[in-house]
Write a protein that binds this ligand. Structure first.
Ligand code: ADP
Ligand code: SF4
Length: 691
């Protein structure tokens, strides 16, 4: 059935797919993904998943669900199914998913050697005596499982399966992927050195996966589907699981599961950022799976190109288009496509801010979708926003991500909005940063909003309009939003130095803004001093190296771009810098800049290093562009009709693009809202019930 002016070529994506005893209504499948909410924020999480179902996804899955207390992945906050008392939280999620006609999937996980058990204090178990494989090198070892342990684990899995069924799930996963659980570890020679019937040959290493899948299938009967999630390659060469071997494993099990969910391992390879992988980077690894089984196959690839998705199905690579990030950036992707509204799709930019929620144990955030994680807490919806509550127009100054999102959301509410931008292009920092190496996809933050603004006749945009205080006063709008952004500091103030660095008079100091303006320094040797620790320092080093400079990158941290551990990019960044010939100096603080040299102090010993350089590029912190704000606050507004002057985004306090988009949305959501009574939190939260 056609639902709108959708190109016929995309109809294939809306065909139903049988997955064992259940049927997905179309081919859009939200694969399991972490979100930093888990057991701490169950209703917020359930509501978020429900919105995906409302947005048209046919299958919506949980993140990994700890199936037994003897394997906990603390400090990460995932879901738990340790005993019957965990069932209601999961049942709430399944209900929310069912309310909108989607199937609910649950990924049961027993982390084994990945779970340091910092909460339960149980001894972790795995196929062999080995240190736990965690991101933080926990000083804990897993013990080798014996036959009783294996029998126990099989029984625990079955108990968890029954609980999952009770909670109402339609798909119950057997999870053997991402090197994140015992089944993966048993498959892999890297972890499995056993000489019993569970180690050695391929058949032996697959045995436990086979047994657990068979038992799960027998337990769920013809009510639930049982997918296997497996990693096709670990990209570790012969040291790890490789495609040929995994294909043989899949061949051995062929039609046993109801669905094959295929990924890369580890997670950092499966969810690479756009800086390090194109859309569909997994394709060469997953394209051979379909011929090994008669069961449907789902895989991911940060797919937002609809042609590409349709081609994957047509070519027989995938039966279901898996998505985590594209479903976070746009929970309504399937519905928009179904209705032929392709231009309304908010495409994922591949920045992995979403992943950082999991790593920092905070609720999922998304650069593109500021409502993500706020669906229940604040009642925000990715597609709906309440109508305006006054006729008063709004003047927004600055067309970066904060100003654009404020204009977009206020426009949708029906407010008359004037958006004034000093430059000749909209997008602010995303337009500028998208020109830097590897960041092109970030322009989507601007592009989505521009397309939306074109549909809003009540939003007027004025380019090349750098407003001064007098002009703002003349404008006569009662609400003023200052979204003028920020500029990189030149004085070295940052995390390390809270007052300016000694910089000799003739020393050459350039900022990231200079580089983005094309103002490269004279000379050949540049020191990039990174005391910001997110992406910009590394990107600057990369940009300068590409221009032929001899680049030294120094940081007080123990590795390049250290915060990008939270976006799973750190390893890739350091590798790229080293391969580009950038010299990396860690654990050193810049203490003085002279015309021909810079002084770096070891953060431990204070021992000094003198570097001969021609210029220094400090990437430390930014300062808000707040002159307009201060002048307006100082002006006599009484006679002007101006009621409020509000700084948002980087103009208030510089942070990530995700923060700026969120700030724009927040302004729009809160405008004319009934003020909260004193002492009321601006969001809802759940509190653990005291026993
Ligand atoms: P944010 O991330 O908070 O959105 P950006 O730095 O990306 O901030 O964007 C700020 C935008 O504001 C830039 O495009 C800049 O050109 C614009 N801008 C700064 N000052 C003025 C001004 N006085 N009038 C109009 N636009 C301004
Ligand atoms: Fe995509 Fe970035 Fe949003 Fe994650 S945070 S879904 S990577 S846009």
């Amino acid at each position: 059935m056609k639902h709108g002016p959708r190109p016929a070529a995309y109809d294939i994506l809306f065909e139903p797919v049988k997955i064992g005893p259940v049927t997905a209504r179309n081919r859009f499948y939200q694969v399991p993904h972490c979100n930093g909410m888990g057991y701490r924020d169950p209703t917020a999480l359930a509501t978020m998943r429900g919105i995906k179902a409302e947005g048209g996804w046919a299958v919506v899955c949980t993140e990994q669900v700890e199936m037994h207390y003897s394997s906990d992945i603390t400090p990460f906050i995932e879901l738990r199914l340790w005993d019957d008392r965990d069932i209601p939280a999961l049942a709430r999620m399944a209900e929310k998913i069912h309310e909108h006609g989607a199937l609910a999937g649950i990924e049961l996980a027993y982390n084994g050697m990945n779970g340091p058990n910092l909460y339960s204090r149980e001894v972790p178990m795995g196929p062999a005596h080995l240190p736990v494989a965690t991101f933080s090198y926990d000083p804990v070892q897993a013990r080798r499982m014996d036959k009783t342990d294996i029998a126990n684990l099989r029984a625990w899995h079955l108990t968890a399966v029954r609980r999952a069924q009770k909670a109402g799930f339609d798909l119950i996963y057997v999870y053997a992927a991402h090197a994140l659980g015992f089944l993966h570890h048993f498959l892999s020679r890297r972890y499995n050195d056993r000489t019993d019937e569970y180690g050695g040959s391929l058949e032996n290493r697959v045995r436990l996966l086979r047994e657990i899948t068979e038992e799960t299938k027998a337990a769920v009967g013809d009510v639930c589907a049982v997918p296997i999630r497996i990693s096709v390659d670990e990209l570790l060469g012969e040291g790890g699981l490789e495609r040929a071997e995994v294909e043989d494993m899949i061949g051995l099990l062929a039609d046993l599961p109801d669905l094959w969910d295929v990924t890369l391992a580890g997670w950092e390879n499966d969810s690479r950022t756009s800086r390090f992988a194109e859309e569909g980077a997994q394709e060469p690894f997953i394209s051979g799976i379909r011929r090994l089984t008669n069961k449907p196959v789902v895989g991911v690839g940060r797919y937002t190109s609809v042609d590409r998705m349709a081609a994957l199905v047509r070519k027989g690579v995938l039966d279901l288009i898996g998505a985590a990030r594209p479903s976070i950036a746009d929970p309504f992707l399937p519905k928009k496509l179904q209705e032929g509204r392709i231009e309304d799709i908010r495409e994922c930019i591949g920045c992995n801010i979403c992943v950082s929620g999991d790593f920092t144990q905070s609720p999922l955030r998304c650069t593109q979708n500021p409502t993500m994680g706020e669906e229940w807490r604040k009642g925000w919806h990715p597609e709906r926003i309440r109508a305006r509550e006054s006729e008063k127009p709004v003047l927004i100054i600055g067309g970066g991500p904060a100003g654009l999102e404020a204009a977009h959301a206020l426009g949708k509410r029906g407010y008359d909005v004037a958006l004034a931008e000093a430059g000749t292009e909209l997008g602010g920092r995303v337009t500028r940063e998208a020109k830097l190496p590897g960041l092109a996809a970030w322009a989507r933050v601007r592009d989505y909003r521009l397309l939306q603004l074109h549909k809003l006749p009540n939003v007027q945009t004025y380019l090349a309009s750098r407003l001064c205080t007098a002009e703002v006063l003349e404008f006569g709008y009662p609400r003023i939003v200052i979204a003028t952004g920020a500029k990189w500091r030149r004085d070295g103030v940052g995390h390390q130095h809270t007052s300016p660095l000694p910089i000799a008079p003739r020393a050459v100091v350039v900022t990231p803004d200079d580089i983005m303006d094309g103002a490269y320094p004279a000379g050949t040797r540049v020191l990039v001093w990174d005391d910001d620790h997110y992406y910009m320092g590394g990107v600057m080093a990369e940009a300068l190296a590409a221009k032929g400079y001899a680049v030294t990158y120094a940081t007080p941290a123990s590795e390049a771009s250290t915060w990008t551990r939270n976006t799973m990019e750190q390893h890739f960044i350091q590798k790229r810098l080293l391969e580009a010939g950038v010299e990396i100096i860690v654990s050193h603080t810049l203490t003085a800049i002279a015309p021909d040299h810079a002084v770096l102090d070891c953060v431990f010993t204070g021992r000094q290093k003198v570097l001969e350089i021609d210029a220094v590029l400090p990437v430390t912190a930014r300062l808000p562009e707040e002159m307009l704000l201060h002048e307006l606050r100082a002006a006599d507004l009484a006679a002007t009709g101006i009621e409020s002057v509000t700084a948002i985004g980087d103009a208030l306090a510089p942070a990530t693009i995700a923060h700026a988009v969120y700030a724009g949305r927040r302004y729009a959501e809160e405008l004319d809202a009934t003020p909260l009574p004193p002492d009321t939190l601006p969001f809802r939260r759940e509190i653990t019930e005291l026993l």
